[in-house]
Design a protein around this ligand. Structure first.
Ligand SMILES: C[S@@+](CC[C@H](N)C(=O)[O-])C[C@H]1O[C@@H](n2cnc3c(N)ncnc32)[C@H](O)[C@@H]1O
Length: 269
């Protein structure tokens, strides 16, 4: 993938996180709350607000075992575990994000409910029918082989289990502004149109319960020129280079219909 990947070793990323927390006035020697970290670890369009909205829709219950695919620093996983008390397995390709996720799980005291697995969404290290629910935010856009991705999610979900996601999809116009958060240049841009996404999901054995375009709602609720995090404030710039330009290009692409933001909740047949 390109765009939002971390470029640091596990030890570096831990040091960067700890330094960022201290600079923001948080004490990593004391237990932190997941909300304290939201500007740093909800690594997707709409941040914590979008995660909370998806939580309302996803029908996940406390007794569920949940898989968070492409979990990043596991902000959404901690929100789920803290809000619902459920167990969450994070699957994340990048070893450095895995190290950061494990550190933040410990600092929030949620490491007994959240496991971190390094691996690929295209070849998941889990048996068939392992999970009651699957969750994925801003990850499929990094993956070219959607059929295999959705096939793997369906395989590890129990029959009747739900898959909740949000993604960018291709709009009617061609994508012209790069770098984007998920693609440094056009060769990394794996967005498909909404019709193709729905067709591959259905072909993978998912039944739609909800599928909606949230682009306009997102644009109207977020400032066009959101100020980057001030020095000392937590923010994604701790990991992502060129963040302001990537975020600006993503917004412009949304405003001009080059990309659309969608979310859905589907049931595995
Ligand atoms: C934009 S970040 C989103 C992180 C997290 N879902 C969140 O919303 O906070 C995309 C994440 O997907 C991960 N990723 C991309 N391709 C993957 C794959 N094939 N398997 C597992 N993780 C992947 C990246 O390493 C990155 O952490």
């Amino acid at each position: 993938m390109a765009g939002l990947e971390a470029h640091y070793s596990a030890r570096d990323i831990e040091a960067r996180i700890l330094a960022a927390l201290r600079a923001a006035g948080l004490n990593p020697e004391q237990r932190l709350s997941p909300e304290d970290l939201a500007a740093l670890d909800h690594f997707h369009t709409g941040g914590l607000r979008a995660s909370r909205e998806l939580l309302e829709l996803a029908q996940i219950r406390s007794e569920h075992r949940v898989l968070d695919i492409g979990a990043g620093l596991a902000g959404p996983a901690r929100m789920l575990a803290a809000a619902l008390g459920c167990r969450v397995a994070c699957l994340e390709m990048s070893p450095d994000y895995c190290a950061g996720a494990a550190l933040l799980n410990r600092l929030t005291g949620l490491d007994d409910r959240i496991e971190v697995h390094q691996g690929s969404a295209l070849d998941m290290p889990f048996a068939d029918d392992s999970f009651d629910a699957a969750w994925m935010q801003n990850v499929g856009m990094n993956i070219a082989d959607k059929r295999r991705l959705y096939g793997e999610i369906h395989r590890v979900l129990k029959p009747g289990g739900r898959f909740a996601f949000q993604e960018m999809v291709a709009g009617k116009a061609a994508t012209t502004y790069f770098p984007l958060p998920w693609a440094t240049d056009p060769a990394d841009n794996f967005l498909v149109c909404v019709e193709e996404m729905r067709s591959v999901l259905e072909g993978s054995g998912f039944i739609e319960e909800l599928f909606e375009d949230t682009s306009d709602a997102h644009l109207s609720r977020t400032a066009a020129n959101a100020a980057p995090a001030a020095p000392g404030q937590l923010g994604l710039a701790v990991f992502v280079d060129n963040l302001a330009r990537k975020a600006g290009n993503a917004r412009r692409s949304l405003e001009e219909g080059q990309v659309r933001l969608v979310r859905g909740v589907l049931r595995a047949s």
